[in-house]
Design a binder for this molecule. Structure first.
Ligand SMILES: [Zn+2]
Length: 420
C-alpha cells in the first residue's frame, strides 16, 4: 500500500496565507460569510483547486465543491468544512478542515495517485451563523433540514438577505443545493474543547455529536421591601433560582463525564437593591451523547422545580424551546478514521463532539465521520485559538488516509458480489 505523506510546511503556509484575508490585529480572523473578504478567500480556494486540475462547482447556497476525478463513475468521497469565521474568530476553526483537504488533494496530485471514487473538497457557506442565523445554514439546506428559499430570505442586521449577499459576491451557483450525492463525507476540525490536550492525544475519532435541549424557566414570587419584610414572609424568586442553578449543576455532575448542564442566562426582576426579587427568568442547557440519559436529566430537573419552589412559596413555569437529537456518525467511516490514525502511528481516542458542525447535518444524507485535533487550552471562537503546525499536519494526514481507506472499501465492494 502506498503511504502518502502530506507536507506539514505547505499546509501551515496555506493556513497562514489565507489567515491574512480578514486577519485581525490580535492574530485572529474576521471573515464573515458572503462578505468581500469571503469572496477573496473563495476565489483563492477556487484558483488553487483548479491548479490541481479540479473542476470547481457552486450550488445555489454558495457551497463550493472542488472535484478530482476517480477511475469509477460513483458519487465522490468528500472532505471539507467552512472558510467563514466569527467576528473575532481564530485561524483554525473551519479553515483547517478545508485547507487540510486541499493539502490532501495536492498530495494525491503530486503522487499521481488514482482513487476509485472522485475526491472532493467542500467549503460550506455560513457555518458560523454570526452574520445570518441559524448556524450551518448551507449544510442544513444540503441535508433537507431547512428550505432553500427560507434560507435565502435570512437577513443580517443591515437587512441584507443571504440570497442578495450570494449575488453580491457572485457565488449563487447553478446547482440546486442538495442535488449532490456523496459516497461519504469526512470533516477535520479543531476540537474546540480541552480533552485531547489534557490526555496528550493526537487525534479524536468522532463518533457523533451529543443531544442537546434548551429550556426557559420563570420562577415567580412577590416583590417586597427588603427592610420591612421579615424573612419567613418572603417569596424570593432569586433565592429559588439560585437553588435551582445549584441543582442544574448537580445534574450535570451526576451524569458526568457524558452529561453537561448549564444555566448561562438569567434575568432578575426588578433587580433593585432594596426589593426582594419577585420574578426570575433563566435558561437551562442540558446535553448528553445518549438521548435516553438526557431524558433522565430532564426529568431530574423537572422534579427539582417543585421541590425547590414549594417550600419557598414560589410558582414556576418551564418550557422546552430546543430539542436537538444526538448525531451518530457512520460506523464504517469512523472505522476508517481509527485505521488511518493507526496507520499514521498516532495516538487516538473515540469522542463525541460538544459543538455542532456541518458534518452533523451532512450525516443525515451521507455516510459521515469527523476527525478532531487538539487546540491549546480548548479555546475557540477566539482570536487566541491555536493548534500547532504538527497538530494540524497530523490531522491532515489522518484525513487523507481515512479518505483513501474508505476509497479502498468502496473499490473492494464493487469487485466482489459476495461482499456486503
Ligand atoms: Zn467550525
Amino acid at each position: 500500500m502506498r503511504n502518502l505523506s502530506i507536507d506539514p510546511e505547505r499546509l501551515w503556509d496555506t493556513l497562514m496565507e489565507t489567515a491574512a484575508i480578514g486577519g485581525t490585529a490580535k492574530g485572529g480572523i474576521c471573515r464573515l460569510t458572503l462578505t468581500e473578504l469571503d469572496r477573496q478567500v473563495r476565489d483563492w480556494f477556487k484558483a488553487r483547486a483548479e491548479t490541481l486540475g479540479c473542476r470547481v462547482t457552486v450550488d445555489d447556497m454558495g457551497t463550493m465543491f472542488a472535484r478530482r476525478p476517480g477511475t469509477a463513475d460513483v458519487p465522490p468521497i468528500a472532505m471539507g468544512s467552512h472558510l467563514d469565521t466569527q467576528p473575532t474568530g481564530g485561524k483554525f476553526d473551519g479553515a483547517l478542515g478545508v485547507l487540510a483537504a486541499l493539502e490532501a488533494l495536492r498530495t494525491l496530485h503530486e503522487a499521481g495517485y488514482e482513487t476509485y471514487a472522485p475526491i472532493e473538497v467542500v467549503n460550506f457557506t455560513n457555518e458560523e451563523g454570526s452574520r445570518f442565523a441559524p448556524a450551518m445554514t448551507a449544510s442544513g439546506v444540503f441535508a433537507g433540514v431547512f428550505e432553500r428559499d427560507w434560507a435565502h430570505a435570512r437577513q443580517d442586521r443591515d437587512g441584507v438577505s443571504l440570497g442578495a449577499a450570494l449575488d453580491a459576491i457572485g457565488y449563487r451557483g447553478a446547482e440546486r443545493c442538495g442535488a449532490h450525492p456523496l459516497s461519504a463525507f469526512f470533516e477535520l476540525h479543531i476540537e474546540q474543547g480541552p480533552i485531547l490536550e489534557a490526555e496528550s492525544l493526537d487525534i479524536g475519532a468522532v463518533t457523533g455529536a451529543q443531544a442537546m435541549r434548551w429550556y426557559e424557566v420563570t420562577v415567580t414570587g412577590q416583590d417586597a421591601h427588603t427592610g420591612a419584610t421579615p424573612m419567613h414572609l418572603r417569596k424570593n424568586a432569586l433565592l429559588g433560582a439560585a437553588r435551582l442553578i445549584e441543582r442544574v449543576d448537580a445534574i450535570g455532575r451526576a451524569h458526568a463525564p457524558g452529561g453537561v448542564a448549564t444555566v448561562g442566562l438569567i434575568e432578575n426582576k426588578p433587580n433593585s437593591r432594596n426589593v426582594v426579587p419577585g420574578e426570575v427568568f433563566f435558561c437551562v442547557d442540558l446535553r448528553h451523547p445518549d438521548g435516553h440519559v438526557l431524558n433522565s436529566m430532564e426529568s431530574d430537573f423537572a422534579a427539582a422545580l417543585p421541590e425547590v419552589c414549594g417550600p419557598l412559596g414560589l410558582d414556576h413555569t418551564m418550557q422546552k424551546i430546543w430539542d436537538q437529537p444526538a448525531v451518530h456518525f457512520d460506523p464504517e467511516c469512523v472505522a476508517s478514521v481509527r485505521r488511518a490514525a493507526e496507520l499514521s502511528r498516532l495516538t487516538a481516542r473515540d469522542m463525541v463532539s460538544g459543538a455542532g458542525h456541518d458534518a452533523c447535518y451532512v450525516s443525515r444524507v451521507a455516510r459521515t465521520a469527523m476527525i478532531f485535533v487538539p487546540c491549546r487550552g480548548g479555546i475557540s471562537h477566539n482570536e487566541a485559538e491555536f493548534s500547532s503546525k504538527e497538530q494540524c499536519a497530523k490531522g491532515a494526514q489522518v484525513l487523507l488516509q481515512a479518505v483513501l481507506d474508505y476509497d479502498r472499501t468502496l473499490a473492494e465492494r464493487s469487485r466482489g458480489p459476495g461482499r456486503s
